[in-house]
Design a protein around this ligand. Structure first.
Ligand code: EPU
Length: 341
C-alpha cells in the first residue's frame, strides 16, 4: 500500500522532534507498491522538489518542506543463505536498524553487534555508512537493492561499489536523487569475531562474563544510554558533527598545542588522522549550554539537542556558532553529520 498525506505533520518523523510539515508525504510498504505509484505519479513528483526521509534520526528539518518526501515503511528480515562462509541476511529499507541488530544478535550472528542502539533505518545504514565502536555498516554490507528513478527498474549495487567512507556513500554523492534504496543485504558470520578495541567496551563486556553478540550488544547499549540522550525524551540526532579527518602534520601540530586532544588512525589512509569534534566543543565549554531552545548535550558535546519546541533554524544557529568557535580556537572546519533539509 502507498499512503499519501498532503500538508503532513513531520513531528513524529524526526528524532529532533521538530514540528514542521511537508507539502506531501508518501509512505510505501513494498517495492511493487512504490513502482505502481511512481508509474502514475513519478513524472510530476521527480519533476519537482523531492527527497527521501529515512527514520528521520539523522535529519534536521529547517522549515516546511516544499515538495514530496518519500518514506519507506517496508519491514522484514530474512536469511538469504547460510553457509560456512557466512550468513547473508536481507532487510527491507524501512526496517528499524536496531531491530535488525537485535534479531541478528539473538541468532548468534557476528558482525553488526557493535552498531547496537543506533537510531536509524536499514536504508540509512547504507546511505550514512553508520558507525560506532570500531565498526562501520560497510564492513557487513554485501549489496544494496535499489529502484532507479529514471527507469523505475530495480538494481543491485555491490557493497564494494558503494564508495563507502566515513559517514559517506555513493548514495550521498553520484547516486543522490537517482535511486531509492529498497533493501540491504548484510553478510554476517557464525564464527566469533569480537571487536572490543574501542574505549571502555572491553571493560563493559568483561562485567557480563561472556563474549557473545548479545553480551556485546548489552554492553554497548549500556555505554550509549549513559552518554546519549533518548530521542523519545530529548530531541536529538546523535552526533551532530563529523570528526574531521586531517593531514597527519596538521594533527600533530594541534596535538603539540593541545596534548590531551584525542586522535585516531584512519583505516586505509596512513597520511591522515581523525580528531574528536566532541572534545573540541567540550573544551570550548559548550557542554550543557544552550542558544535559544537548542542546546549541547551535557554528557556528549557532539550531540545537539532540542530543549523543547525548538525550530530547525535555532539548531542551525547553535551549530553555526559552534563551528565558528571551533575554527577560531583550533583552525579546523567542522561539518554536520546530520542531513539538513
Ligand atoms: N569527548 C570529550 N567530550 C565530549 C565528547 C567526547 O572529551 O563531550 C572525547 C571522548 O572522551 C573521547 C573522544 O572525544 O576521547 C571521542 O568521543 P566518543 O568516543 O564519545 O566518540 P565520538 O567521536 O564523539 C563517534 C561517533 C558516534 C559513535 C562513537 C563511538 C561520529 C560523528 N560519531 O563519536 O556515532 O557512537 O564515536 O564509536 O563519528 C553518531 O554518529 O550519531 C554517533 C553517535
Amino acid at each position: 500500500m502507498v499512503r499519501k498525506q498532503h500538508n503532513a505533520s513531520l513531528k513524529g518523523y524526526n528524532s529532533f522532534g521538530i514540528d514542521t510539515t511537508a507539502d506531501l508525504l508518501v509512505e510505501w510498504e513494498s517495492v511493487a507498491d512504490l513502482v505502481e505509484f511512481l508509474h502514475t505519479e513519478g513524472k510530476a513528483l521527480f519533476g519537482g522538489q523531492w527527497d527521501i526521509l529515512g527514520s528521520g534520526c539523522n535529519t534536521l528539518l529547517t522549515g516546511p518542506y516544499r515538495g514530496t518526501l518519500l518514506h519507506s515503511v517496508a519491514k522484514g528480515i530474512s536469511i538469504v543463505s547460510d553457509t560456512p562462509e557466512g550468513v547473508l541476511i536481507r532487510a527491507e529499507a524501512g526496517h528499524t536498524w536496531d531491530d535488525v541488530v537485535a534479531w541478528s544478535c539473538a541468532q548468534g550472528l557476528w558482525g553488526i553487534e557493535n552498531l547496537s542502539a543506533i537510531p536509524s533505518s536499514v536504508g540509512a545504514s547504507a546511505v550514512q555508512n553508520i558507525g560506532a565502536y570500531g565498526v562501520e555498516a560497510k564492513d557487513c554490507i554485501e549489496s544494496v537493492e535499489v529502484l532507479h528513478v529514471d527507469t523505475l527498474t530495480v538494481g543491485l549495487i555491490k557493497g564494494s561499489d558503494c564508495a563507502f567512507g566515513y559517514r559517506e556513500s555513493i548514495f550521498k554523492s553520484a547516486l543522490k536523487g537517482k535511486v531509492i534504496i529498497t533493501a540491504v543485504n548484510y553478510l554476517l558470520s557464525r564464527t566469533p569475531a569480537p571487536k572490543l578495541g574501542y574505549g571502555s567496551l572491553q571493560e563493559e563486556v568483561a562485567k557480563l562474563g561472556e563474549i557473545t553478540p548479545q553480551a556485546i550488544r548489552q554492553a554497548i547499549t549500556t555505554i550509549r544510554n549513559g552518554k546519549l540522550p533518548d530521542p523519545e525524551v530529548v530531541g536529538n540526532a546523535g552526533s551532530f558533527f563529523k570528526n574531521p579527518i586531517l593531514p597527519r602534520t596538521q594533527v600533530e601540530a594541534l596535538k603539540a598545542e593541545h596534548p590531551t586532544m584525542p586522535i585516531y588512525e584512519v583505516e586505509g589512509r596512513p597520511e591522515c588522522l581523525k580528531i574528536a569534534t566532541g572534545w573540541m566543543i567540550d573544551s570550548l565549554g559548550w557542554k550543557g549550554r544552550s542558544l535559544g531552545r537548542a542546546g549541547v548535550h551535557d554528557k556528549q558535546a557532539l550531540v545537539l539537542v532540542n530543549l523543547g519546541g525548538a525550530e530547525g533554524c535555532e539548531v542551525v544557529a547553535l551549530a553555526e556558532r559552534i563551528c565558528k568557535e571551533v575554527k577560531n580556537k583550533f583552525g579546523v572546519d567542522i561539518s554536520p553529520e546530520v542531513n539538513i533539509l
